[in-house]
Design a binder for this molecule. Structure first.
Ligand code: PEP
Length: 255
């Protein structure tokens, strides 16, 4: 199955609106009209509107880093799926390990967000991954299985194909430690098998599974050449246009 590779930049809590516009402009310019790789940028909420104007009419898509599962209401400080859609966001990162670990997000909460995103025509980028202690206790596959199964509970086959899974070993995020290609492919292959069990072969073959965790231009080509690695969710290296665009190029494969 020929899945189009996807490179998504998670800018986290970085960039003012003006800085985000400058970065988005460079990315739009650099990505040009290329359609062989899907490119998504996920600025903070405060820069969504300004970045939306920059990516408008380009091949670059807009994503958010989080959302609430309710469409509106008394949820101080939160932002909903319809609000993101109003900025023409197409993607939303859900269940990032920083949300799970620093803000107490549970598998159940992530599932409610996934269902709400799908209902509002947003593509969830669902993050799963084990901590260092879990890897050392040989719990990696169990943790990834539970997180993936719970996140997808109640999702129909028709909508599941639009979900993107990001395997992000927590110990590799922002640490400079990258999973070896064998470690990454082993988990990606396992997730593909799990998706086949949950959603059937046809759907699982269409679903993209991204790798995230210190992906950089130097290690990306080998990771992206793996059978079940369909792109990357990029933190640190997405904050500069040059490194991010190199990753986009790497995802397109050898010229
Ligand atoms: C992330 O936080 O999603 C991530 C992959 O970060 P980094 O690339 O900095 O490890």
């Amino acid at each position: 199955m020929n899945r189009k590779k996807l490179i998504a930049g998670n800018w986290k809590m970085n960039k003012t609106s003006a800085e985000a516009v400058a970065l988005a402009r460079e990315i739009v310019q650099g990505a040009g009209t290329r359609t062989d790789v899907e490119v998504v940028v996920c600025p903070p909420f405060t820069a969504l509107e300004s970045v939306a104007a920059v990516v408008d009419g380009s091949q670059v898509r807009l994503g958010a880093q989080n959302m609430h599962f309710e469409p509106s209401g008394a949820f101080t400080g939160e932002v909903s799926a319809p609000m993101l859609r109003a900025f023409f966001a197409t993607h939303v990162i859900l269940g990032h390990s920083e949300r799970r670990n620093l803000f107490g997000e549970t598998d159940e909460l992530v599932n409610r967000k996934v269902l709400s995103a799908l209902k509002n025509q947003l593509r969830p980028i669902v993050c799963v991954g084990e901590s260092l202690a879990e890897r050392e206790a040989s719990l990696t596959l169990k943790v990834v299985q539970t997180q993936t199964e719970r996140a997808l509970e109640g999702v129909s086959k028709e909508l599941a194909a639009g979900i993107i899974i990001a395997y992000e070993p927590v110990w590799a995020i922002g640490t400079g430690k990258v999973a070896t290609t064998e470690q990454a492919q082993e988990v990606h292959g396992f997730i593909r098998g799990l998706l086949t069990k949950l959603q059937g072969e046809a759907v699982s073959q269409r679903m993209r599974i991204l790798y995230g965790g210190s992906m950089k231009p130097a290690n990306a080509p080998e990771l992206l050449a793996q059978k079940d690695i369909d792109g990357g969710l990029i933190g640190g290296a997405s904050l500069e246009a040059r490194s991010f665009l190199e990753l986009v190029k790497a995802a397109a494969g050898p010229a």
